[in-house]
Design a protein around this ligand. Structure first.
Ligand SMILES: C[S@@+](CC[C@H](N)C(=O)[O-])C[C@H]1O[C@@H](n2cnc3c(N)ncnc32)[C@H](O)[C@@H]1O
Length: 202
């Protein structure tokens, strides 16, 4: 589809998702996000991108004969206040939700949210041992590209079948080329979403 149509589509998609969340947050689900968070906050704006990316992962797993998301741990690298984990906990059925966050205060604030089925870990993603975390690693532009690439390499060494979702991360194309990753979904120009599987060495 031509880029101009996709741009229009994504623009409407964003508006619709924002409108839905505005309705939800201002009524019975207001606890989903704290009142201080504006629905036009980056988390909500990036939600359609994340939903699309997770949809692509779901289809990819099914194509390969897998069970689906319930077998995977969703790991938010740089989980901040836990907003994305909170939303994910309401919408998807992952095996476990894990937030890795370097900032102690943000960790404490997200732990207080009591997100179902979640584990918030105060750690530097560069030194954390991801061994045993069979899952989906989500990065919402948490760190400079050079560190991001090191974290991805480390996860690739420690985890057998890692799938990565990068949203709004800079230099996506360079990251893919340097890692020679197996791309599941790529939409760099328009909405900056990249999904790849490093379990297949290409
Ligand atoms: C843009 S926020 C992402 C928020 C969260 N992912 C969400 O979607 O709600 C980036 C977060 O990454 C954290 N961060 C930066 N470098 C990190 C590192 N090396 N290890 C763990 N967290 C890190 C920052 O403290 C910040 O909270």
């Amino acid at each position: 589809m031509p880029d101009c149509f996709l741009k229009i589509y994504y623009n409407y998609e964003k508006k619709i998702v924002n409108a839905i969340f505005q309705l939800l947050f201002k009524s019975k689900h207001s606890s989903l996000l704290s009142n201080r968070v504006n629905v036009h906050d980056y988390v909500v704006v990036s939600l359609p991108k994340l939903f699309r990316a997770i949809g692509a992962v779901k289809r990819y797993i099914k194509q390969r004969g897998g069970e689906g998301l319930s077998d995977l741990v969703f790991v938010d690298i740089g989980s901040g206040l836990g907003h994305t984990l909170q939303i994910i906990s309401k919408v998807y059925n992952f095996k476990k939700l894990v937030g890795i966050e370097i900032d102690r205060n943000l960790c404490l604030a997200s732990v207080k949210k009591n997100i179902p089925n979640s584990l918030i870990i105060e750690s530097d993603a560069l030194t954390f041992n991801f061994n045993g975390y069979h899952g989906l690693f989500y990065f919402y532009n948490p760190m400079p590209t050079s560190i991001l690439v090191s974290v991805i390499h480390k996860i690739q060494k420690q985890v057998e079948t890692p799938i990565f979702i990068l949203i709004n991360c800079k230099d996506c194309i360079e990251i893919v080329e340097s890692l020679r990753g197996n791309i599941i979904y790529f939409d760099n120009e328009i909405s900056n979403v990249l999904v790849f599987d490093l379990s297949l060495r290409v």
